[in-house]
Design a protein around this ligand. Structure first.
Ligand code: MN
Length: 717
């Protein structure tokens, strides 16, 4: 059993100003709390917290963490409580003990791969302070080291959990040697035969392997030196579990395993990485298919390095990793850990800060006079931008911060989202705009009669939910368009005695669809509904199909809109619809920048009105479409300006001068003098957008003899 004095000595060796008294008191408290308890090994229970604390000292942690290590099992296993710990040791230590206790309460029943990943994240999310994880990992390490005293089935369960949850956590935190220890210990209990076989083999081959390693290191070092490349070369035997994994992935027996040595070359820059690769490959024959360029194609966690395997000087396969110092620091110190590099490969500076904090613990711990202050100022919030939500069955789902019940519903299943009628959070009904919080348990109430509507788009945060809702709305819009198109065709058809229903059934309309370049008859009918093609045009074609012999004589070609005053509506698009006949309504003459709506006018395509056009109020709402200005090239739009001025000499000249100065074309101009000594001027001008139009109006307004200037169509009498 480790003695407290050894711990105190090690702490003060690390940091002469350390608060030894705090550790001493924690020890006394833990000793009293665990008094009389023994471990399965027969040792005093206190030996366990002492071992945990000692591991934390070795990793260079501060007094609060070490005290927490001593106290970590007191809440769960003894009569002590959190209040007591806070009273005696302060909030700082109490938080750490509380965090460790909470982690041990996370349910681990479900061992599926994905679930293990979630639990890992859950643990990270719950650890507002990374020191909590360190205590937990030190705890697990000692439990693994003393696992032989447990019953066999418990050994397996704990070893599996360590393999699934804690070794990857250590890996993420960049604690590679801890990760290797946990993996090897787990392997020992999960597959004892394999473990014994490999360790025995390694034992008998140790001396030979060591000689090979030294030889290869010096060969590569010479190779670098003779080519003027500055770099360092390292070699080692891989750890047991990674050898086991290699045996598995390559289906090899131990004696066939020749790449159990790993070499690493660290150089100054990327150029040198490739130079070293070339040198190594020219010296030793590379093994085909084993070269990996993670520099030009980094792993998703951001890991960068060159990997290659060559046939070495002894005919051994040797694996070599080549990277820069920076890449190595990232890989070893865990900056490559998941949360630093998001999927898109972007580094979040906040995340990097978090990680540099972790690194600094190890690098600066001994230099810090007041390490407690230092630690306190560097608390971290891992995964701040994600929340973890429980299903009623206890599964954990991950959502972005700000997610709402519909996001959760769509995450469970598209159908659950589609028919979501309400949600309960922690057993209580909540509105759909409720933001979910970490640890919420969410239950979705479904109703097969409920379907998505446009408002739902405001109630989701995730791309998945948004896409599904939009897809539903588009499908629904199309269904409407088909129904509308069919209604329009039948109605117009009756006027000219064409039975559209029959033509549909007989396949004649399908021929028309083909004639008019629509993929199928539904596309054609939908196009009528969207006003992409006029019913008249379709019916003309249908008539031609039904009466091919008469077509030339009796049927007029598709009619073109006769109203030449209407402009073609280039620059406006209707969402989801291409190639639609659109016109700007004459009543309000919209220009880019105006808020606009589209109106499906029967047989006349879509007319585009300004939102505030008085005619919009009288329209059938089913026929109103949302349309928007597309960002294509700017073409001039016609707009009207109406001016009332004093009828004085020079009025017209002054106004046209302003228009000319702004390089605005006048396409139409009328001037009428009134009996009251005033004049009405009406200009039709070409402008790029509404902003330009209103700027012109403002410029005209300030002219001396102007009484009133408005955009035309605003109803000045
Ligand atoms: Mn423990």
């Amino acid at each position: 059993m480790i003695r407290i004095q050894e711990i105190l000595d090690a702490v003060s060796a690390n940091n002469p100003n350390a608060d030894l008294e705090l550790i001493q008191r924690a020890y006394v408290f833990a000793a009293a709390a665990h008094a009389g308890q023994t471990r399965l090994s027969g040792e005093q229970y206190l030996s366990h917290p002492l071992a945990v604390a000692s591991a934390l000292v070795e990793m260079g942690f501060d007094e609060a963490t070490i005290a927490a290590g001593l106290l970590h099992d007191t809440i769960e296993d003894t009569k002590a409580n959190l209040e007591g710990i806070e009273e005696n040791f302060g909030e700082n230590v109490a938080d750490l003990v509380d965090g460790v206790t909470k982690i041990s309460l996370i349910p681990f029943e479900n061992k599926e791969e994905a679930q293990a990943e979630n639990i890992r994240k859950m643990i990270l999310a719950m650890s507002h302070d990374v020191r909590v994880l360190m205590v937990k990992l030190a705890d697990r390490l000692h439990n693994m080291r003393t696992l032989n005293f447990q019953k066999v089935h418990k050994q397996r369960r704990i070893a599996q959990e360590t393999m699934d949850i804690y070794a990857p956590l250590a890996n993420r935190l960049g604690l590679h040697s801890l990760k290797r220890d946990l993996e090897d210990l787990s392997l020992q209990y999960l597959w004892p035969d394999v473990f014994n076989q490999i360790s025995h083999w390694l034992e008998t081959h140790k001396v030979v392997e060591k000689q090979i390693i030294d030889k290869v290191v010096s060969l590569i070092t010479d190779l670098l030196a003779s080519n003027g490349i500055h770099g360092d070369v390292y070699g080692r035997i891989k750890h047991l579990y990674s050898i086991y994994k290699k045996m598995q992935s390559q289906s090899l027996a131990l004696d066939e395993m020749h790449d159990i040595m790993a070499f690493r070359v660290l150089v100054d820059d990327i150029k040198d990485c490739y130079a070293v690769l070339g040198l190594v490959h020219s010296q030793w024959r590379p093994v085909h298919g084993r070269f990996k360029d993670y520099i030009s194609m980094p792993k998703s966690n951001g890991y960068r390095s060159l990997h290659t395997t060559v046939i070495g000087p002894e005919g051994e396969r040797i694996e070599i990793q080549i990277r820069t110092e920076d890449m190595h620091k990232q890989a070893e110190h865990g900056v490559a850990a998941h949360w630093v590099y998001k999927e898109n490969g972007r580094i979040h500076s906040r995340d990097l800060e978090q990680f540099s904090w972790l690194r600094e613990i190890f690098e600066r711990q001994s230099e810090e006079a007041d390490s407690r202050e230092f630690m306190r100022s560097l608390k971290m919030d891992l995964f701040k931008d994600e929340v973890y939500i429980y299903t009623p069955a206890g599964d954990i789902k991950e959502l972005p911060e700000g997610a709402m019940p519909l996001d959760f519903a769509y995450l469970i299943h598209t159908q659950v989202g589609q028919h979501c009628a309400g949600a309960k959070v922690n057993g209580r009904l909540v509105p759909l705009h409720t933001e979910l919080k970490n640890g919420d348990c969410v239950e979705i109430i479904t109703d097969s009669a409920r379907n998505p509507n446009r408002d739902w788009l405001k109630l989701v945060k995730t791309a998945k939910a948004r896409n599904r809702i939009q897809h539903y709305l588009r499908t629904e819009e199309r269904t409407h368009a088909i129904a509308l198109g069919r209604e329009m065709l039948e109605k117009e058809g009756r006027k000219v005695s064409l039975n559209v229903g029959k033509a549909l059934k007989d396949g004649h309309l399908a021929l028309v669809a083909h004639d008019l370049n629509y993929e199928n008859v539904d596309e054609l009918v939908a196009a009528v509904g969207y006003a992409g093609v006029t019913p008249r045009r379709v019916l003309n074609r249908l008539y031609a199909v039904l009466h091919p012999e008469e077509v030339a004589a009796t049927v007029a070609p598709p009619s073109v809109a006769k109203d030449g005053g209407q402009r073609k509506s280039e620059g406006v698009t209707v969402s989801g619809v291409n190639d639609v006949l659109m016109r700007f309504a004459k009543c309000c003459n919209p220009v880019p920048g105006d808020a606009i709506v589209g109106y499906i006018s029967r047989g006349m395509g879509i007319s585009v009105h300004r939102n505030d056009c008085p005619n919009v109020a009288n329209m059938e709402t089913e026929r109103i479409l949302s349309v928007h200005w597309s960002n294509g090239e700017q073409k001039p739009y016609e707009a009207g300006i109406f001016i009332i001025a004093k009828n004085e000499h020079g009025v017209l000249a002054a106004v046209t001068q302003i228009l000319a100065k702004n390089k605005v074309n006048i396409t139409e101009l009328t001037l009428e003098t009134r009996v009251d000594g005033r004049a009405n001027l009406h200009f039709t001008v070409e402008v790029g957008n509404s902003t330009q139009l209103y700027e012109l109006i403002e410029a005209i307004r300030v002219l001396p003899f102007i009484l009133e200037v408005v955009r035309d169509s605003e109803g000045v009498d």
